[in-house]
Write a protein that binds this ligand. Sequence first.
Ligand SMILES: [Mg+2]
Length: 265
Amino acid sequence: MLQNKKLFLFDIDGTIAVGDTLYEGSADLLAYIEQIGGKAYFITNNSTKSGADYVAKFTEKFQLKTTEDLFITSGYMTIQFLKENFMGKKIFVLGTKSFIAELKKNNLTVTEQPETDIDCILVGYDSELTYEKLTKTCQVLSTTDAPFYATNPDLCCPIDFGFIPDCGAICEMLTSSTGKKPVYLGKPSKKVCDVCMELSGFSSDETLVVGDRLYTDIACGINAGVETCVVYTGEATPEEVAVSPYKPNYTFDTIKDLYHALITG
Ligand SMILES: [Mg+2]
């Protein structure tokens, strides 16, 4: 039940905020969580921003005080995974310059060239994508058996006029051409929830995932065996929930409605 929840894992875009605007009720809900001795993490598949970028954005745009460790991004999940499994190995990367710099900063060995001794292939959201990069990635996928990973399966990313292709859409192009499918490291991997439970010490019964996208946010909670809550301020609609295999435990129109349900019991 909702009143037992202490650990709240929030998606950001479409859930607690849109762009630079914090939704009404988000600040109250975060204050409530602090008051009951709980903890809130922000789990986002947006790998273009670091924890430090988010702390700055939350302070400047939302007037919310946070710390870097509260942001578990798909970029963070990817780096942890690669450090555990591919340290000292050669990683072929399709991604932005800043993403590649972040991987190098973590002492990982990366290349953007289709060399013959590639140990794994990694694809991230790439706003600097070119046909040349796609061709090189297809070459590595077609000529090696190296495992194929990607940061996040989101097909589209919200922008002021609508949507643009995200990492999942780039991977669909690669899969259509090579037949190879990636393993995604961000949501809906259960590891995202596991990391937050480990860091905070709260149990799965005490945890709630709150999001607006069924195949990433809600699926992530279901995969980890924790309860989930959808809000209808982003992508998902009641019609979509009715036919989706990813059914949330709780549904609210807005984050403010979730807050009211929590305080009124
Ligand atoms: Mg979202």
